[in-house]
Ligand binder design. Structure first.
Ligand code: 5AD
Ligand code: SF4
Length: 366
């Protein structure tokens, strides 16, 4: 019996897929080279932007035409409304946090079973999906999740609704996983989470809890030769302690992703991003002064509800001023259940495309 995992979205989903592969491996499934050879297909979905969700419908339709008997599983970041729709075309719709229970559930012929989200707090106590040792997909570079979920509720973003609130992984577990990777010869370690800066070791009391800078230093101090990186950071949580620690961490890469999302204060406010452009710029100044070799990248959303041409031009101006190495430009699309979905999506798609192109040209020109 063979399996195939299709992954959409961010590094967290890629990392989850490595744990899914490990669990399927423990059930004696073998990886298939091609999706057409697989008996079991897992789609690890992303709901952050609409195109990834649209692609899933197309992909499943194609698979269904395939004559073979296949079992299909949907996992990943899925909205409740999509979960109900998808449950009609997938055999199973699973919450990733339920991963340790997959072998048990898959043994039963539970067609169209939706796994209950509300149960997940209970499951977590006994069954932590991070405990699954991943089947790493790369031999040199590994993603190591340190936390998942998000408490920030940026108004456009679906993550707090699909992944739930922030949960940090015990520092001891993180360190053990990384030590094992280094022993195996891994040369690049990415600490990943939706908001790594709000990491807090759950196994220590709140007074002396290991925070993100302390964890970063602990990882940096693991002996061996490797490059360390982390993603993603929220500017509001980027503390002086973190900058001072980064200076001390000699294994730290010079790449830093610091999403600004918009270069206009009004838009930032409506996005529920609690900083101003000036505060962001001052933070960049501080970071560059302490770490002169740093290469910044960022995420931008164009065509957020109510974004005027003038407000967009403020983003253009800000991008020019800051001078990023890379910028990931996203056209806004409303996500059901988010605060922004209640606002009027009043920037036409063609205009969103125009704004996207302007920013892409701006960054690529360099
Ligand atoms: N529409 C467009 N882009 C979005 N992002 C998050 N939600 C949306 C949305 N509704 C972008 C943000 C984030 C990146 C991962 O995806 O820029 O940083
Ligand atoms: Fe989404 Fe904002 Fe949380 Fe990032 S910080 S995952 S954009 S809500």
């Amino acid at each position: 019996m063979k399996y195939y995992v299709v992954t959409y979205g961010c590094q967290m989903n890629l990392s989850d897929s490595e744990r899914i592969a490990a669990v399927l491996g423990s059930m004696r499934y073998k990886p298939a080279e091609e999706i057409s050879e697989a008996d079991l297909i897992v789609i690890n979905a992303c709901s952050v932007r609409q195109p990834a969700i649209d692609r899933i419908y197309g992909l499943v339709e194609k698979l269904k035409k395939n004559k073979k008997e296949i079992t299909t599983i949907l996992a990943g970041c899925i909205l409740k409304k999509d979960e109900n729709k998808f449950s009609k075309i997938f055999d199973y719709v699973f919450n990733i946090k339920d991963l340790p229970n997959w072998p048990k559930i898959l043994k039963k012929p539970a067609i169209h079973k939706i796994h209950d989200r509300e149960n997940f707090a209970q499951l977590r106590n006994s069954n932590n999906y991070f405990d699954v040792t991943p089947k790493y997909s790369n031999k040199f570079s590994a993603n190591v999740p340190i936390m998942t979920g998000c408490n920030n509720f940026c108004s456009y973003c679906v993550v707090p609704h699909t992944r739930g609130r922030e949960i940090s992984r015990p520092a001891k577990e993180v360190i053990t996983e990384i030590k094992n990777l280094i022993k195996k010869g891994y040369k690049k370690i990415w600490l990943i989470g939706q908001n790594v800066n709000s990491y807090k070791d759950p196994s220590t009391g709140s007074g002396q809890a290991i925070n993100f800078p302390k964890l970063l230093k602990m990882v940096n101090d693991i002996s061996g030769e490797f490059v360390l990186n982390f993603t993603t950071s929220h500017p509001k949580d980027f503390s002086d302690e973190l900058i001072e620690t980064m200076v001390k961490c000699k294994k730290l890469s010079t790449d830093l992703n610091l999403p600004i999302q918009s270069g206009d204060d009004e838009v930032l406010k409506r996005m529920n991003r609690p900083y101003t452009v000036l505060q962001y710029k001052n933070l960049v100044k501080k970071i560059r002064k302490a770490l002169p070799n740093i290469r910044l990248s960022t995420d931008i959303i164009v065509g957020f509800p109510g974004e005027t041409k003038k407000q967009f031009n403020n983003t253009v101006k800000t991008l020019k001023e800051i001078g990023y190495g890379v910028a990931f430009i996203n056209k806004y699309s409303p996500r059901e259940g988010t605060a922004a979905a209640k606002m009027k999506d009043d920037v036409a798609w063609a205009e969103k495309k125009r704004r996207e192109k302007i920013l892409i040209n701006l960054v690529n020109k360099k």
